[in-house]
Design a protein around this ligand. Structure first.
Ligand code: 6R9
Length: 655
């Protein structure tokens, strides 16, 4: 880490936007002045200009009961109407909303009029299945248009979606269904990944069956199944319905009802420092305002000419805010792609950019680094000249990857916006504004207009320029989380207890001499693997749930491609070892087990079988030392260990 900070301090490259870009930029520098003069007035103006309200709000922020914020509280709106009908009403019904590219090469484009009609039908189907405002609907789908349609149909009814990433296991799905007490699950038979169909419906079946006596009573009454993979599926005629049959029979007319600004819109689960994922709750008016504002200004969106592509899956917050809500609220034309970047060939993404003339491209550093490894020859085979703006999200982007992105993908001209935000923040918080900010490789740079952030020490005192500390948000913002589903105490504890009046993001950061922010990674036990948050505790409990394992410790070790990688240290039960199992077999079994319990992304890159774990006298595992081992470094200070010889033994084992 210290090495990295030094490198960052020596970064003095700067890239100013071209005159042409600056002249046509959507954002303007006055936004900063306006927001610093009257922050709430600034957000009220954005909310009035970017969102259509059924009943206008009169109060911008109610912060009388912190940390529970209410934004635009007495206003009413329908989020789906804002993403659909109003564009059709404004004469843009023929504009393409979604260019869908399937992994096997099939494609389909939906205009705003077509997408609106589909969502109306789906809303009628959901109503027919008993879904009402406030009900929870779990969505477990591949990246196909139906994923967006399903989210918007739920939102249209004032119901609450909980999208579960299609790569998650039946167990993960079940715990999310249970936690939110979902009434309906929307899934698909399967989706395309890496050249073959990856089934989804079996995981839903397993999640709904394997409840045992532990889970709460079965809240799910129906499963709606999109046909995509054409794989054979088991069918429960009482519970399961085909999406296409139901939609074909449904009326295409549906009038969107308005709901209060603070009506819950979705729950999205994310890893925390303890094992149990947190259901992050977002509501309607404030979320949509900041989603639309940031999408328009950070990506310099010219809705009538741009083609926008965000590569995130809808299972992540980036897919919620920058595939579904932001772009559609702004009437953008966007690409969605079902599959993996290298299927059927390593140039697939660049081919898609060429095919649709994508002008705005938003992806994660892990993807950029894996393309870098393959070399520039691959992207050079495609015409990427349509690209005029590039974005990065999910983890710090190292300056080398930033420079490669700029040169090889952006043709040395497209500005890069490195956007810092979280599931909890709902929308981008820190980023350059293209056309205005001079960009700096590796730094997320400046808080957006209307956003107040700081870097503080452990006691909450600002560290000032040139110093490092903890990133905090010092004022409430429109798209902030409104809580953790069903657990207000955990909400207070996790984010607000440390500093009282400031939101604690869990990230380390440093301010350089210009006051620009450099993100340094998580300060808690959360790892960032390919931009996905995983908790050490969650993987440890998956490992320990296997009969082989007596104890486990998991660390995030730095990895050239994925940013961090999961490395596990496990102690195997004596009884199991006595059966003289080969270490390789144990490792393979445990890797598979973690994949089944959580999902393939959580599978450890390495599992070391050890006899002991380094612990303090109070019994806390010293992950810092294990990280030293995992990263092949000399072991740091071991004086607080209960048994100081243990690290030597581990190092010998691993060596
Ligand atoms: C949007 C998203 C949030 C965590 C966050 C931080 C890391 C995200 C970043 C970044 C450095 C950026 N992170 N963007 N770190 N630079 N531009 O990724 O949400 O999945 O909740 O993860 O990701 O550590 O705290 P989420």
């Amino acid at each position: 880490m210290s090495n990295r900070i030094d490198n960052l301090l020596h970064e003095d490259r700067r890239f100013a936007p071209s005159d042409e870009f600056a002249a046509n930029a959507v954002a303007n520098a006055e936004l900063y002045a306006e927001a610093s003069d009257d922050r709430l007035g600034f957000w009220a103006r954005q909310a009035r200009e970017l969102v259509t309200w059924e009943k206008p709000f009169t109060q911008t922020l109610d912060w009388s009961n912190p940390p529970f914020a209410k934004w635009f509280d007495d206003g009413t709106l329908n989020v789906a109407y804002n993403c659909l009908d109003r564009h059709v009403d404004a004469g843009n019904g023929d504009r393409v909303a979604l260019h869908f590219e399937g992994e096997p090469g099939d494609s389909r484009s939906l205009t705003y009029a077509e997408l609106t009609a589909e969502v109306k039908r789906a809303a009628n189907v959901l109503t027919g299945l008993g879904i009402r405002a406030g009900d929870r609907v779990a969505i477990y789908l591949p990246m196909i248009p139906e994923a967006v349609i399903a989210m918007l149909a739920v939102a249209r009814l004032g119901a609450v979606h909980s999208v579960v990433f299609g790569g998650f296991s039946a167990d993960s799905l079940r715990s999310r269904i249970d936690d939110a007490a979902a009434k309906l699950v929307i899934t698909a038979d399967g989706g395309w990944r890496k050249g073959k169909v990856s089934p989804l419906k079996p995981a839903v079946d397993a999640a709904l069956e394997a409840r045992g006596d532990l889970g709460p009573q079965d809240t799910v009454t129906n499963v709606l199944v999109v046909k995509r993979g054409e794989n054979t599926v088991d069918w429960n005629p009482e519970r399961d319905r085909w999406w296409h049959d139901e939609l074909a029979a449904a009326s295409p007319d549906h009038t969107a009802e308005a709901f209060p600004a603070e009506n819950p819109l979705f729950i999205l689960y994310t890893s925390g420092t303890t094992g149990k994922p947190k259901g992050i709750l977002h509501t309607s008016g404030g979320y949509l305002t900041q989603a639309a504002f940031t999408h328009k200004n950070v990506f310099d969106l010219h809705a009538d000419s741009d083609v926008y592509w965000c590569t995130a899956d809808i299972g992540w917050i980036t897919g919620h805010t920058y595939v579904t809500y932001g772009p559609l609220a702004n009437g953008a034309t966007q690409v969605i792609y079902e599959g993996t970047p290298d299927s059927p060939h390593p140039g697939r993404w660049w081919e898609i950019i060429e095919k649709y003339k994508v002008s705005i491209f938003y992806t994660a550093p892990t993807a950029i680094r894996s393309f870098m490894k393959l070399g520039r020859k691959i992207p050079k085979q495609f015409d990427l000249s349509s690209l005029r703006l590039l974005g990065s999200v999910g983890e710090p982007i190292n300056p080398e990857a930033w420079m490669w992105y700029r040169k090889v993908i952006g043709g040395k001209t497209a500005p890069i916006v490195d956007t810092w935000w979280q599931t909890e923040t709902g929308a981008i918080m820190i980023s350059a504004l293209p056309g205005i900010t001079e960009t700096k490789p590796g730094s997320a740079q400046v808080p957006l207009p209307g956003i107040a952030i700081d870097v503080v020490d452990d006691d909450g005192n600002p560290v000032g320029e040139g110093n490092g500390g903890l990133l905090v948000v010092t004022e409430p913002w429109p798209s902030m989380l409104r809580g953790i589903w069903g657990d207000p105490e955990r909400f207070q504890e996790t984010y607000w207890e440390k500093f009282g009046d400031k939101y604690f993001a869990g990230d380390g950061a440093r301010l350089d001499d210009d006051g620009d922010v450099w993100l340094l990674g998580r300060v808690d036990d959360v790892m960032n693997v390919s931009g996905h948050r995983l908790s050490t505790a969650e993987i440890e409990s998956a490992l320990v749930s296997h009969p082989f394992t007596a104890e486990a410790a998991v660390v995030g070790a730095s990895d050239e491609t994925t940013g961090q990688a999961v490395v596990a240290f496990v102690i195997i039960k004596e009884s199991q070892l006595e059966e003289s199992k080969a270490v390789e077999d144990i490792q393979a079994v445990l890797r598979t087990h973690v994949g089944e319990q959580i999902g393939p992304i959580a599978r450890p890159r390495q599992i070391f079988v050890v006899n002991e774990l380094p612990k303090t006298r109070s019994g806390k595992i010293m992950r810092r030392l294990l990280r030293d081992v995992a990263e092949g470094r000399e072991i740091g200070d071991t004086t607080t260990l209960a048994d100081t010889t243990v690290m030597q033994i581990i190092t010998e084992k691993v060596g």
